[in-house]
Design a protein around this ligand. Structure first.
Ligand code: ADP
Length: 265
C-alpha cells in the first residue's frame, strides 16, 4: 500500500514537473498566470502528505523493528530516500513557482556576509569529510553587503553541495569570498568531474542534468542551478561557470555590494 502511495505521489510530482518545464506558449497571459498559481498550490499541497508519509515510515520502522526482515527494512529505507528526494523536488518546485509568479519576496537587508559564509562552510565540512574531500576556504572575515539572507544562504548551499556531489572522493574544493571594485564575489572551485563546453549554459536550465541517471542517484533535482541563477539575478548580479571537463569546475557569482550600485549598474 505504501509503495502505491509513493508511486502515486511520484506521478503527481512528475506531472507537476512536466507542467513547470513547459514553456508558456499561449497568447492568454491570464491562463499562464493561472497555471503558475496552480503549480505553486499543487507543490504546497504535496508537502503535507509527504511529511505524513515520512513520519509513518519512521514509526513503522521503530514500532515493528523486531518483526522486520532485512528485506523489509531495506524497502522502508529505500522508500524513505525516495520520499526525501520528492520532498526536495516539491520544495524546489514551490520555490520556482513562487519566483515565476513574482510571489517570491526578496527581503533586502544590510548583512555581514563574512561570518555568514564561514558558518555555511563549517556546516558542509562533515559532508565533504565523508568523501575525504578537502575544503579550503579563503573568506573575508567581515563584509557588509545588501542582500536577502535566506536566499543567499540557499545560493551558497546549492553551489557548495554541487561541488561536493560532483567531486569524486579525496578531491578538493576551494571557496573564495572577496570584493572586486563595488561588488562582492563568491567563487566555488572543485576538482570534480567538470562540465563539457556545450553543457555550460544548459546546466542553468530547469531539470537539465548532464547525466540524468547519475545526478538522480546523487539526490539532485536538476533545479538547483536555475534557482541559483534566479537568486543571483534578484540581487542584480551575475553567475558563470568555468570548467575543464574531467578536471573540475569553478562557479563564479558577482553581486553589487549595495542596492545603489545595483541600480546605477
Ligand atoms: P542537480 O540537482 O542535478 O545537481 P543542478 O541544477 O544543481 O541540479 O545542476 C544541474 C546539473 O549541472 C547537474 O545535474 C550536473 O550535471 C551539473 N553540475 C552542477 N554543478 C556541477 C559541478 N560542480 N561539477 C560538475 N557538474 C555540475
Amino acid at each position: 500500500i505504501l509503495a502505491n502511495v509513493v508511486l502515486s505521489f511520484y506521478l503527481v510530482a512528475f506531472w507537476v514537473s512536466h507542467m513547470m518545464a513547459k514553456k508558456a506558449m499561449g497568447p492568454v497571459q491570464e491562463s499562464f498566470l493561472r497555471q503558475r498559481e496552480f503549480v505553486a498550490d499543487a507543490s504546497h499541497e504535496l508537502r503535507t502528505p509527504l511529511s505524513v508519509l515520512h513520519t509513518s515510515l519512521e514509526v513503522l520502522e521503530l514500532e515493528e523493528e523486531e518483526k522486520l526482515t532485512d528485506y523489509s527494512r531495506q524497502v522502508i529505507d529505500d522508500m524513505k530516500d525516495e520520499v526525501k528526494r520528492m520532498t526536495n523536488l516539491v520544495g524546489d518546485l514551490l520555490t520556482l513557482a513562487r519566483m515565476d509568479s513574482g510571489k517570491a519576496d526578496v527581503i533586502l537587508t544590510q548583512l555581514d556576509i563574512g561570518p555568514f559564509a564561514e558558518q555555511i562552510v563549517r556546516s558542509i565540512q562533515p559532508v565533504a569529510a565523508q568523501k575525504g574531500i578537502q575544503v579550503n576556504a579563503q573568506l573575508l572575515p567581515s563584509l557588509q553587503v545588501v542582500g536577502d539572507a535566506e536566499k543567499l544562504k540557499q545560493l551558497f548551499y546549492i553551489l557548495l553541495e554541487n561541488a561536493i556531489k560532483y567531486t569524486p572522493e579525496n578531491g578538493k574544493i576551494t571557496i573564495v569570498l572577496e570584493t572586486r571594485d563595488k561588488r562582492w564575489q563568491l567563487r566555488v572551485k572543485d576538482s570534480g568531474i567538470g562540465i563539457q563546453p556545450e553543457d555550460k549554459q544548459k546546466i542553468f536550465e530547469r531539470f537539465f542534468r548532464v547525466e540524468k541517471h547519475r545526478s538522480r542517484q546523487m539526490g539532485g533535482t536538476g533545479l538547483g542551478l536555475s534557482i541559483a541563477r534566479w537568486i543571483v539575478s534578484a540581487h542584480k548580479g551575475e553567475i558563470l561557470v568555468k570548467s575543464k571537463y574531467g578536471k573540475g569546475s569553478e562557479f563564479i557569482v558577482t553581486i553589487p555590494l549595495s542596492l545603489k550600485e545595483a541600480t546605477t549598474g
